[in-house]
Ligand binder design. Structure first.
Ligand code: SF4
Length: 291
C-alpha cells in the first residue's frame, strides 16, 4: 500500500486525496487486474484487460485521471468531528476540480444546471464515522455514474434466506452487464434499514480486496459469489470471458425481524479510493481503509 507524506491543511489534504485517487489505481486493484489478465483465456477479454492496464500505467505516469468520468467523490470522516471540516472539504473539491482537473459532474437533479465546481445542495457527500483511536481518518471513494447507476436495493422476504441474498447479488451483477465497466469490485450490504443497507454496500468498496473479511460466514459468501460471477461468462466490459469481478466485499447489520434488505453497489475496474490519517505526526496517505 503506497504511503506518502504531504501537507496537513484539510483543503490541501482533499486536493491530494482526489489527485491520488484519480491518477493512481490502488495497488490491490492493480494486482487483481494483472492477475486476471494473466489467466484470462478469452482473446477479446485479454485485449480489454491489456488496454485497461495500459491506460492505468499512462494515467499514473502523466498524473492524469485514469477515466474521463472523474465521478462524484464520497468522503468518510472517521473520528475528530469538527463542523468546519465540511467547508474545508468543499473548498478542496472545488480546487481539485480546477487544478487536477476533474470533470464537473454535479448538476441539479431537475434543471440539470451545472455550476462547474462539483458542488451544490448535498455535495460533497460526507459521512461521519466513529474512530477507534486518537486520530482523524479521511477516505474518499470516487464513483462514476456507469457503476453507480447499477445500484440495486432489494427488500427480500426473510424466508428467502442466504440463498435469496446470493441470487439477488448474482442477478444484479449480471443484469448490469457491461455498463459498470467490469471487472470491478461488487459491494454488498445485508441488513440494517434500507438507507444503511445501501450505504454499507458502497462503504465496503473502500476496503482493500487483499485483506480478508474477518467474518467467516461473510468471507465464505464473498468467495462463493466470486466463483459464481467469474463462471458466468460475462467478462471484461461485458464482452465475454472469465474476469467478471475482481472481488466481492460484504458487510452486514442487524435488521427488523420482518425484513431482509440487500443492496449491491458496484465498483468498476477504476475502483478509485484514497485515505489519509491525521494525528499527532505527519499526514499518512494510503489507498484503502477498513470502513
Ligand atoms: S464505470 Fe468506471 S471505468 Fe466505466 S466510465 Fe464510469 S468511471 Fe469510468
Amino acid at each position: 500500500m503506497s504511503v506518502i507524506k504531504l501537507p496537513e491543511s484539510i483543503e490541501d489534504v482533499v486536493v491530494n486525496l482526489l489527485r491520488l485517487a484519480n491518477t493512481k489505481l490502488p495497488q490491490d486493484i492493480g494486482w487483481a487486474l494483472e492477475s486476471a489478465a494473466a489467466w484470462e483465456p478469452n482473446a477479446i477479454a485479454s485485449t480489454q484487460l491489456g488496454a485497461v492496464l495500459d491506460n492505468v500505467r499512462k494515467a499514473g505516469l502523466l498524473g492524469r485521471p485514469m477515466c474521463q468520468d472523474t465521478g462524484i467523490p464520497v468522503f468518510y470522516v472517521k473520528g475528530g468531528y469538527d463542523p468546519s471540516i465540511a467547508d474545508a472539504i468543499a473548498r478542496g473539491v472545488e480546487r481539485a476540480t480546477r487544478e487536477i482537473p476533474l470533470r464537473p459532474n454535479t448538476v441539479d437533479p431537475l434543471t440539470r444546471e451545472n455550476d462547474g465546481r462539483n458542488l451544490g445542495r448535498g455535495m460533497p457527500v460526507i459521512h461521519h464515522l466513529p474512530s477507534d483511536g486518537d486520530y482523524t481518518e479521511i477516505t474518499v471513494l470516487v464513483k462514476g455514474a456507469g457503476s453507480e447507476n447499477m445500484t440495486r436495493l432489494g427488500m427480500l422476504d426473510p424466508s428467502d434466506g442466504v440463498a435469496g441474498v446470493m441470487r439477488f447479488v448474482v442477478d444484479a451483477v449480471l443484469d448490469a452487464g457491461g455498463r459498470p465497466c467490469p471487472p470491478g469490485v461488487v459491494g454488498v450490504g445485508i441488513g440494517g434499514m434500507a438507507d444503511e443497507c445501501v450505504a454499507m454496500a458502497k462503504r465496503v468498496l473502500a476496503r482493500p480486496i487483499d485483506e480478508e473479511n474477518p467474518d467467516p460466514v461473510l468471507r465464505e459468501m464473498e468467495e462463493d459469489l466470486f466463483v459464481r460471477l467469474n463462471g458466468s461468462g460475462l467478462g471484461p466490459m461485458g464482452l465475454g470471458g472469465s474476469a467478471t469481478v475482481l472481488a466481492v466485499r460484504i458487510d452486514k447489520a442487524h435488521c427488523h425481524t420482518a425484513s431482509l434488505p440487500v443492496a449491491v453497489n458496484i465498483g468498476c475496474w477504476a475502483t478509485r479510493r484514497a485515505s489519509v490519517r491525521l494525528g499527532a505526526g505527519d499526514a499518512v496517505y494510503s489507498q484503502g481503509a477498513w470502513l
